[in-house]
Design a protein around this ligand. Structure first.
Ligand SMILES: NC(=O)c1ccc[n+]([C@@H]2O[C@H](COP(=O)([O-])OP(=O)(O)OC[C@H]3O[C@@H](n4cnc5c(N)ncnc54)[C@H](OP(=O)(O)O)[C@@H]3O)[C@@H](O)[C@H]2O)c1
Length: 340
């Protein structure tokens, strides 16, 4: 079979980097290219990607349609890993991909499983893109991944794992901590994506990836067992999560241009969906029609959360968004930071 030409938007970001690495491991199957916006063309991260042999296309996704069509012509698979706030900027890419004859469009999903329609504003902005894809009869695959391992571990009193933590301290237990939630190691997303985009069974389907589904109580217990430390928990009731969400929604409506207010709303939605509604579970994903990547690719063994913690204690985990951390919180990390 000839190689698939794959174009990634967001290859310098957290999710995009994992996807880039996953695809570059399979050079027999993929020829990997990256779409970069003009303002980022000179970034060292982009230069590093180019040095790996990845062809860089510098184009403004909000610019003239024809330029996008030119870049997308001949591309077999387009993958977007744009940041949370940028979802609707993908709409023109849908039109361009349809005109260019892209064989599979993978819009930026890569979040927890949730239903459309008012549960999560972020989910709904992604769904707007999915609806546009369907209206245009464009072949697609939606890939959701649950929560990353990298944002799911609590911090310890000793500070041993602070080096990799997006937020310190992180000790909250939501709604009694009993709800299981699907988890994927950020580094495994790319391997899953490589398997999924080669697979005809996943065309025009939703797919979810995870290593396991664990509750916060299970995660905290595992952390205590492996560290020998006792974590002082801060309990947040379901009622408090609901009340915070109502207040975050009001602020986000009052200040639609305020990035912080929107991020707060996104985080309040995540907590509501995951811990109050219990949406992010394999059972609910199946009910919503997702294919389960664990069933599709039993030969691939994703990193378990316990294995991840082992690496965490050995100092081997990269902190997500670390390039933003020098000056307080970065934009993207902030959306996780707000949950604590
Ligand atoms: N499941 C989870 O636990 C989890 C955690 C975090 C995020 N997410 C989801 O994952 C998705 C990706 O988020 P992330 O945190 O991985 O992203 P990120 O690290 O913030 O990176 C975003 C990427 O998009 C690129 N980008 C943004 N706007 C662009 C534009 N107009 N044109 C071209 N490129 C553009 C950025 O390029 P530059 O180099 O030009 O900035 C960067 O490479 C989000 O939609 C979010 O919903 C999920």
């Amino acid at each position: 079979m000839s190689k698939q030409r794959v174009l990634i938007l967001g290859a310098t970001g957290q999710t995009g980097k994992s996807i880039l690495q996953g695809l570059l491991k399979d050079t027999e199957s993929f020829e990997v290219e990256a779409l970069v916006r003009p303002t980022s063309a000179e970034k060292p991260e982009v230069k590093k990607i180019a040095e790996m042999g990845v062809k860089i296309h510098v184009v403004d996704i909000g610019g003239p349609l024809e330029e996008l069509v030119n870049v997308l012509t001949g591309i077999d698979v387009f993958i977007s890993a744009i940041d949370a706030m940028g979802q609707l900027a993908q709409l023109q890419l849908v039109t361009a991909a349809k005109k260019a004859g892209v064989k599979r469009f993978v819009p930026c999903a890569f979040i927890t499983v949730a239903p459309p329609g008012g549960v999560m504003a972020l989910r709904d902005s992604k769904e707007e893109v999915y609806q546009e894809i369907r209206k245009q009869f464009l072949p697609y695959t939606i890939i959701d991944v649950g929560y990353w391992h990298q944002v799911s571990f609590p911090t310890l009193p000793s500070g041993r794992v602070d080096y990799a933590s997006v937020i310190i301290p992180r000790i909250k237990i939501h709604a009694r901590g009993t709800t299981p939630t699907m988890l994927t190691d950020l580094r495994d997303i790319g391997t899953f994506v490589a398997l999924i985009i080669k697979d005809p069974r996943t065309l025009n389907k939703f797919v979810c990836t995870y290593s396991e589904a664990l509750s916060e109580n299970e995660i905290f217990a595992m952390m205590e067992e492996l560290s020998g430390e006792k974590i002082e928990r801060e309990h947040i009731s379901a009622e408090d999560i609901i009340a915070s969400r109502v207040s975050a929604l009001a602020s986000s409506k009052a200040e639609p241009e305020n990035w912080m207010a929107q991020a707060r709303k996104f985080m309040a939605d995540y907590e509501f969906s995951n811990y109050v509604r219990a949406d992010n579970t394999p059972e609910y994903a199946k009910y919503l029609g997702y294919l389960d990547a664990r069933d599709l690719y039993p030969e691939f063994k994703p990193k378990t959360f316990r294995e991840f913690l082992g690496e965490l204690f050995e100092g081997k985990v990269d902190k997500p968004y670390k390039q933003y951390r020098e000056s307080a919180f970065g934009r993207s990390s902030l959306s996780f930071g707000l949950s604590q």
